[in-house]
Design a protein around this ligand. Structure first.
Ligand code: LLP
Length: 402
């Protein structure tokens, strides 16, 4: 629920735009810090979820590191004054330029995903007379039970080094003298709500660690990736991901060796709930079997529903405001009848649909519509297809109404 004053403010801004509530962000970060510090776990923020300066500055101020997947993300993290020694750099296709840049910045660690990548980093580090700290990203073949496009930890996925390649990789490492193996890295997928997947991951990591122990290879860091899911259906009821249970699972099931550090790379669970895409109804249109609400935001501003059939809660803030005003006057009457709508965008693609048969109060041209839980993978995945304007962002620290 948004405060009345916030909705009134929305009325005066040009739509569509992303609204970020920095208070919600700070509360989330406080929680993640306090729950992870119980076990001395180290958190890196996965920049790919949202790279807004305001958001990055707040995250950095909580002494959280950065997880980057491109040279530009490493650059952005450095510009926003994340400590280079807290930056990890992953990705299956790091280019020479990106590797060279990260080497010059002396980042904490390259999470390496293939034998050939190891050879290239070794060569580039050698020519700079440096030793590159690396972690092996191992594909643990653990099912994250999430959408197939955001599953990364199965053998069929392009990510990481498969278990059956490990022997060859470790053998090769002996000759790659400009690399120093400092850790293992895993990431099984995103929007994971079945936390049992993490238990399976821990057990798999324990097995893999044994494999290294048997070969007398010391592993100082274990990076378990990110992926913790958020509640898209009930953003007000469950504003924060279940960090408590999540970290406890790693504490209970991961065998942490003496002196070993455990790292996490969280993206969505830190920023999703603080963001809302605010849009305006351009037209109401009668279809064959349904009524359409046509918004001024589309898949160009929020791609997730078109790409992953993702659910985002849709609210009509103009009617919500009217109804709560009536409530306040104790008139307890239903202001607007309830309708079912297909809520769509203006883009010339049939996939440009935010929700089918969405139950909403009767909706009119000009109403303000909120697409909730869009702080992660919303604005960063926006495009200018159809020559749309680049979507803008507004910030406040109002918090949401309880
Ligand atoms: N670490 C690695 C190696 C990753 O690939 C990812 C996400 C993360 C950490 C952070 O995962 P998170 O905590 O945010 O789940 N665009 C998709 C999500 C793609 C996630 C890609 N990797 C979506 O909108 O659902």
């Amino acid at each position: 629920m948004f405060y009345r004053e916030t909705i009134q403010k929305f009325n005066s801004y040009p739509t569509p735009f992303y609204y970020y509530d920095l208070e919600v962000l700070k509360q989330t970060l406080q929680l993640v810090k306090s729950e992870s510090e119980k076990y001395n776990f180290i958190i890196h923020y996965a920049l790919k979820a949202n790279t807004n300066d305001e958001i990055l500055n707040i995250i950095k101020s909580f002494s959280i590191g950065a997880d980057c997947v491109s040279g530009n993300e490493v650059k952005k993290a450095i510009e926003c004054q994340f400590n280079a020694k807290d930056i990890v750099f992953a990705g299956v296709g790091k280019t020479d330029n990106e590797i060279n840049y990260a080497l010059e910045q002396n980042i904490f660690c390259f999470n390496c995903e293939s034998l050939q990548e190891l050879e290239v980093i070794n060569e580039l580090a050698f020519s700079k007379n440096k030793i590159a700290d690396i972690a092996l990203r191992i594909n643990p073949n653990v099912n994250a039970n999430t959408h197939k496009y955001i599953t990364t930890g199965l053998e069929e996925n392009k990510f990481g080094i498969n278990m059956w390649e490990l022997e060859a990789v470790v053998e090769k490492l002996k000759s790659l003298t400009s690399l120093k193996l400092i850790g293992l890295h895993f990431h099984i997928g995103s929007q994971i709500t079945d936390l049992n997947s993490y238990k399976s991951l821990c057990l798999k990591i324990n097995e893999i660690q044994n494999w290294f122990i048997q070969r007398n290879i010391k592993i100082e860091n274990v990076n378990v990736g990110g992926g913790l899911g958020v509640d898209y259906h009930n953003p007000d009821g469950y504003r924060f991901a279940d960090f408590k249970t999540y970290f406890k699972i790693f504490h209970d099931f991961l065998k942490i060796l003496p002196g070993q550090k455990v790292h996490f790379e969280l993206g969505r669970s830190l920023v999703a709930q603080c963001g809302t895409l605010i849009s305006r109804v351009v037209y109401i249109k009668k279809g064959m079997n349904t009524n359409f609400i046509i918004l001024d935001a589309g898949m160009t501003e929020l791609l997730r529903p078109a790409l992953y059939q993702a659910y985002h809660k849709i609210e009509n803030l103009s009617r919500q405001q009217q109804e709560s005003e009536t409530d306040r006057k104790q008139e307890k009457v239903q202001v607007s009848p309830i309708f079912k709508y297909d809520v769509v965008g203006p883009i010339c693609e049939s996939a440009d649909c935010f929700g089918k048969a969405v139950i909403l109060p009767e909706t009119f041209r000009g109403d303000i519509i909120a697409l909730r839980t869009t702080g992660a993978y919303g604005e960063v995945m926006s495009s200018r297809y159809n020559l749309r304007e680049q979507v803008k962002a507004f910030y406040s620290s109002n918090g949401y109404e309880k």
